[in-house]
Design a protein around this ligand. Sequence first.
Ligand code: HEM
Length: 411
Amino acid sequence: MATLAPETAPGSRVDPLDVTRPELYRDDTWHEPFRQLRAEAPVRYTPDSAFGPYWSVSSYKGIVAVESLPELYSSEAGGITVADLQEGDIKMPMFIAMDRPKHTGQRRTVAPAFTPSEMARMRENIRARSAEILDSLPVGETFDWVDSVSIELTTQMLAILFDFPWADRRKLTFWSDWAGDIEIAKDPIKKQERLQHLFECAAYFGTLWQSKLGKPPTPDLISMMIHSDAMSHMDQHEFLGNLILLIVGGNDTTRNSMSAFAYGLDLFPDERAKLEADPGLIPNAVQEIIRWQTPLSHMRRTATADTELEGQTIRAGDKLALWYVSANRDESVFADADRIRLDRENARRHLAFGHGIHRCVGARLAELQIGILLEEMARRRLRVNVVGAPERVAACFVHGYRKLPVELSRY
Ligand code: HEM
């Protein structure tokens, strides 16, 4: 397939197929350029963007091919987002941005926090917290779903996972919002501010870490990290990097899936009616909502050698953006992909959690939390009605909502 040349709109130098442009996500207009990319150039070179040159991999097949070859397509060589590390940036090594064998050891350290038995242990705590939040919401009054439900529930879930001081839990949201915003890479003043917040985060977690040192193991992530061989000898940057990974990894993603539940079902009321009539649909509905939203639009890989992908010549050092947001709309895998279909047979095949050795280690926890939200909403026969336009995140990495005005009713 030929590489599409960037078209230049008269009077501007915008490449309409440069899908890193933040306005596409702010205005929810990303569907069309990706449709065109999938149809005409599923592996397409973009020579010029705010993040420099990159390849767009937009088909399901192409992404699976890249993620199946982690030696050839490195997570470590250039990091995991389309934004490059710049001179003067502090490096925060984290295992999502490591290759084998180091990745394997560090992932193994945190994986026990997400086993089915750990999920069973956390389930009732998460359910009780979720119930408490839902019972505190006003019915028939407008409020912001993102802040009152999505952020609050996600933050509580993470505070439980880290055994983080409860009263300070919103700090997790605050740090995660600073860490996960790739648009900041374009603004030196904001970058400096981010650094300050991340140091504050490191200092806070450093104190938590100290308080657990030399104590018997407890079932939380910090204790697990302290008592593991692979992670206990980390330097401060690596410690911070991995903590931020776990905070950001769990935060925006789960939060935006919960907002997508509210927004998406309001957009497709027939589907909402199906769910209200049959709560047995909840497990599949969770997968379908995650597919439809795709809370992280992309991950990045860097080629370690010259190679060929879908007929295109990739050079060593080239940057590839793997657009999950597009793969999850790939018509060859998901029929009528723009629609939510809660009983979609292959909803579980979505790539929102990635694929291969880096596939999301926290997927089970996210599924658990979102599933419990749906179950507790159903138990209360609560319906979310969207009463105004959502405010969306203007970025090509975190794909989600800043605000969503809603009103609850009962059915
Ligand atoms: C990795 C998405 C929830 C922690 C990833 C990746 C994606 C992703 C796309 C990278 C996969 C790749 O490079 O192939 C999501 C989505 C979530 C979610 C959509 C919610 C709906 C969570 C939660 C946690 C978490 C709740 C933990 C609290 C991580 C970690 C990694 C990761 C630590 C790195 C895994 C590795 O490199 O081996 N996630 N995630 N995620 N996620 Fe999640």
